[in-house]
Design a protein around this ligand. Structure first.
Ligand SMILES: NC(=O)c1ccc[n+]([C@@H]2O[C@H](COP(=O)([O-])OP(=O)(O)OC[C@H]3O[C@@H](n4cnc5c(N)ncnc54)[C@H](O)[C@@H]3O)[C@@H](O)[C@H]2O)c1
Length: 336
């Protein structure tokens, strides 16, 4: 039994994490929940019949959990993770695991000092769209990939803490971990330079609600990640290879394959390329299914599997997010 504590029993903590912890009772026991909101504490107590706290230091000291899941506001994650590691607990920290790379490094240092496990939560790596696209790309259907565009568009506004930078709000930290990390999973070489354009269009608060981040990799792949507010639907993915294109709209991946001739003859001014089209369905959860991920976490905590997000990759992502913010301020590309 992995005696587990949850810090932050809000919208996400009480669903995405409490759900699998409740279901997998052969692996996890919810030993305590901490939240400063009395109503959240009441709900957790009624659901898990466990002690509830509003001071996480006290909870860590009294409960001594094996494993702590941190799902508070984004600016709180890094310090809470460090304190939990120092209290002798393994830690899962939701996205964004830190609001900047320096805090991410502090967490990694705490992990090294304590020897405890630190698990950054990037569930979109289990996203079914990503898995399908990886299958198509690895099959070689579109040849060598040189450009990927990942877009989310919406007219949906927010008015909560996610619009305020003092709480770690703004859509770079909120959506960046999904929209930048996912396409980079299809690319082998690391990112070398980053361009960011962060703007606030319609949301209240001071956080950006519209973002475009362009990452260039060492081997010449361009990855465009964008969250566009007040915008109608774009394809969620466009992947270009030197032999074709994949376009994802709704639950369908359309694959366009180009039958290029060997080479253009000297007498021809252009090729007569034949394009064939096919389509494949994408089913399941595109941002990852927590009920699929938690059995893996139980195995990781028992040293039976390696965690699906290596720490150096999570740190690299934090550096990209920092670079995107700096680039947007400077109005120019930033080298990593
Ligand atoms: N797919 C995903 O991975 C995903 C989805 C949604 C949210 N998130 C992340 O989860 C985090 C929480 O988002 P949310 O929408 O649930 O926010 P929320 O405001 O609903 O929940 C945060 C909770 O933390 C509690 N809290 C605040 N200070 C505390 C303290 N000092 N000690 C204990 N509890 C405290 C609040 O009372 C609240 O209940 C965010 O960082 C967000 O980015 C991840």
């Amino acid at each position: 039994m992995i005696r587990t504590a949850i810090i932050g029993y809000g919208r996400n903590g009480s669903t995405m994490h409490a759900g699998p912890l409740e279901r997998y009772q052969n692996d996890f026991e919810v030993a305590a929940v901490c939240d400063i909101d009395p109503a959240a504490k009441e709900k957790a107590k009624a659901r898990f019949s466990c002690p509830v706290y509003d001071d996480y230091h006290k909870m860590l000291e009294e409960i001594r959990p094996d494993f702590t899941v941190i799902v508070t506001r984004s600016h709180q994650h890094a310090q809470m993770a460090i304190d939990s590691l120092m209290a002798g607990s393994d830690v899962l920290v939701t996205k964004p695991w830190a609001t900047n790379a320096r805090d991410a490094e502090r967490m990694i240092a705490a992990r090294q000092v304590t020897g405890k496990k630190l698990l950054p939560w990037l569930p979109a790596r289990f996203g079914t769209d990503l898995l399908k696209l990886r299958e198509i790309v690895e099959r070689g259907d579109i040849g060598r990939v040189f450009e990927i565009r990942r877009s989310v568009t919406t007219f949906g506004l927010r008015c909560d803490w996610q619009t305020e930078s003092r709480y770690g709000g703004g859509y770079l930290l909120n959506w960046g971990p999904h929209l930048i990390d996912q396409p980079l999973q299809l690319v082998k070489s690391p990112v070398t330079r980053v361009y960011g354009n962060l703007r606030q269009i319609v949301n209240p608060g001071d956080g950006e609600d519209n973002l475009r981040v362009i990452c260039h990799t060492g081997d010449g792949v361009t990855v465009v990640s964008e969250f566009l507010i007040a915008a109608g639907p774009y394809p969620a993915w466009v992947i270009q290879g030197d032999r074709g294109t994949i376009l994802v709209e709704g639950d369908t991946a359309r694959i366009f394959r180009a039958e290029l001739p060997e080479r253009v003859g000297a007498e021809e001014y252009r090729t007569n390329t034949v394009i064939t089209e096919s389509a494949e369905k994408i089913t399941g959860q595109i941002y990852g299914d927590e009920y699929e991920i938690y059995p893996h976490i139980a195995k990781v905590l028992r040293d039976e599997e390696a965690y699906f997000v290596p720490l150096e990759e999570a740190l690299r992502l934090s550096r990209i997010l920092d670079a995107a913010r700096l680039s947007s301020r400077l109005g120019q590309e930033v080298w990593l």
